[in-house]
Write a protein that binds this ligand. Structure first.
Ligand code: ATP
Ligand code: MG
Length: 394
């Protein structure tokens, strides 16, 4: 049987963004000590850690100190260097594993894996040269969305190719990008909605699936998430089934978020999988008995998984860039703190940048309509603020 790290043990988390901070807060509530490793001294999770390492992931002395301090390790960011994960994994349980990360860190490898596991994904092609790009355009047609195979988040490193002038623009980018940069060109799905499903899987292969969430993005950045998604029960069933199959095929241990598109024809396709709690799962903090962060603690430490019961409807709205000032100062501050059912989360990031996730507000209500109405009222107020989202990148 796998060993259990009981409360009182020390858990290490790689990455110290808001996801790491919410993980750390939850782990500490459960009596664990938390060690955060993130090179950025301003990373939000450092403030909540029992011990923190604001040092480069490449530092060998730090990895020795980190591993000596912790009993089990998890992560809040999928782009942790693979060599570090492999090294740590030989010494302490790392959940999810480096093998899972290797598959998910690279969009091409991820899509190839899903497709070979007979899971539906948008048609795609590998692009490294102008010749490959022309072949991709010939085979997949336009429009395409081209994404760098590695790194990138919140739509960064992505470009829509809709018409012949975009082809020339992408060719220039391709020519200018450093040699060996791999891209994935994907068919653009004209979806009716985007969905996400959180799947938790334990060391013994026990799985739990949270309710399906409906997400809206603006310029590639998550704007808001509504739960439960307003879709038919058969769509819920298919979305959950695909998501569990994907995480099981990966042999993943931990919390995973499967992002899906629902096409106009009603088909569900997997967009991508994050091997960690997800922005669209923040509602679990308020309206589920066990949050995504508590599940991450449980899965990492080998504890039994918790229930995924939804206690009420919710809409989560991200606070992007300057929008954060709508809840931290003036009339807006008084208004949001006097709104029934509104839970404010501020990540404590010092630098505000357009499109940067600075916090979120979750609106909860016993009926979906009330939660949606409160969220919409709030959004119409923050929309009036300038430059929250970067000007179109695409
Ligand atoms: P994040 O890490 O924030 O989830 P990301 O930068 O990793 O995002 P994706 O999830 O691949 O990137 O893309 C961001 C958004 O861009 C998607 O949620 C969707 O709105 C849009 N998008 C991506 N791929 C496609 C596609 N093939 N067809 C249509 N829209 C797409
Ligand atoms: Mg995504």
């Amino acid at each position: 049987m796998e060993s259990i790290f009981e409360p009182g043990s020390t858990v290490g988390v790689l990455g110290g963004g808001q996801l790491g901070a919410m993980f750390a807060g939850t782990a500490r509530r459960l009596g664990y000590r938390v060690v955060v490793w993130d090179p950025d001294p301003d990373a939000p999770a450092h403030r909540i850690a029992d011990q923190s390492f604001p040092i480069s992931f490449g530092d060998h002395e730090t990895r020795e100190r980190f591993v000596d301090t912790v009993q089990a390790i998890t992560l809040e960011w999928e782009n942790i260097p693979a060599e570090l994960c492999e090294w740590l994994e030989q010494r302490r349980p790392l959940r999810p594993s480096s093998a899972v990360l290797k598959t998910l860190q690279d969009r091409l490898i991820q899509k190839q894996f899903l497709s070979s596991s007979l899971l539906p994904v948008p048609e795609f092609a590998e692009v490294q040269s102008g010749h490959q790009f022309h072949q991709a355009v010939g085979r997949l047609g336009l429009p395409l969305i081209c994404k760098t195979a590695r790194s990138g988040y919140d739509g960064k490193g992505q470009l829509f190719v809709r018409e012949p002038t975009d082809i020339a623009q992408f060719e220039r980018i391709l020519a200018e990008s450093s040699s060996g940069t791999r891209w994935i060109a994907e068919q653009v799905i004209s979806f009716v909605r985007e969905l996400s499903v959180l799947v938790v899987r334990s060391t013994s292969g026990d799985t739990r699936v949270y309710p399906v969430v409906e997400n809206r993005h603006e310029q590639g950045i998550l704007r808001d998430s509504q739960v439960p998604a307003a879709i038919s029960s058969s769509d819920v069933e298919v979305a959950c089934e695909l998501s569990v199959r994907a995480v099981t095929a990966l042999q993943g241990i931990g919390v995973f978020c499967v992002e899906l598109f629902q096409s106009q024809e009603g088909h569900l396709l997997i967009n991508e999988i994050a091997p960690r709690p997800h922005n669209s799962g923040h509602y679990t903090l308020e309206v589920c008995t066990v949050s995504q962060f508590e599940q991450q603690v449980r899965a990492t430490c080998g504890l039994p998984l918790g229930e995924v019961r939804l206690l009420s409807s919710a809409v989560m709205v991200n606070l992007l860039g300057d929008e954060v000032t709508a809840v931290t100062s003036g009339e807006g501050c008084r208004e949001i703190f006097s709104t029934t059912g509104a839970s404010v989360h501020l990540y404590g990031k010092r630098v505000i940048r357009a499109g940067r996730k600075m916090g979120h507000v979750t609106f909860t209500a016993s009926d979906g309509k009330t939660a949606v109405a409160s969220a919409q009222q709030f959004m119409s107020r923050i929309k009036k603020l300038p430059s929250a989202i970067p000007s179109p990148l695409r």
